[in-house]
Design a protein around this ligand. Structure first.
Ligand SMILES: [Zn+2]
Length: 142
């Protein structure tokens, strides 16, 4: 019988041992900066989001929804769920790696300095993607 009280209690409880071990593995093994606790935001900019719950782990691709030419909101897209009773840490790592690869493919090269940046930090200059640093340097508004 799910209830708000039960949800609150579950949030306050530590993760089951197997999931906590997976979480520690990700935190210690991935070569990216990681923020967050039960939900890990991996990479800067975020490359993958891994949300630990009490009976499962869900992996999200950070995705941006544009609301205006320079206003966007984060709309992470679920890439899959691993449950410890029938899944493995290897499956989780594979899913995390695939999500990072998908995310990196969405990056574009700045037409000005050549640096690859996340789509949400790129503006456009005469139809070409330009990173925020270059736009600032040129004092061009977008
Ligand atoms: Zn640039």
């Amino acid at each position: 019988m799910p209830s708000r009280l039960l949800d609150a209690l579950l949030l306050a409880m530590p993760l089951p041992q197997n999931l906590e071990a997976w979480r520690q593995h990700l935190k210690s093994q991935l070569p990216y900066p990681i923020q967050g606790a039960q939900t890990l935001f991996i990479g800067d900019p975020t490359l993958v989001i891994v949300a630990f719950q009490h009976d499962k782990v869900e992996v999200f691709l950070p995705a941006i929804q544009w609301r205006h030419h320079d206003i966007h909101t984060a709309k992470p897209r679920s890439q899959g769920i691993i449950e410890p009773h029938n899944g493995s840490l290897e499956q989780l790592l594979t899913l995390v790696e695939e999500t990072i690869a998908t995310r990196l493919k969405s990056f574009h090269e700045c037409s000005c300095c050549g640096k690859r940046s996340a789509p949400e930090v790129l503006g456009s200059l005469q139809g070409e993607p330009v990173c925020r640093d270059c736009i600032k340097g040129r004092r061009v508004l977008f």
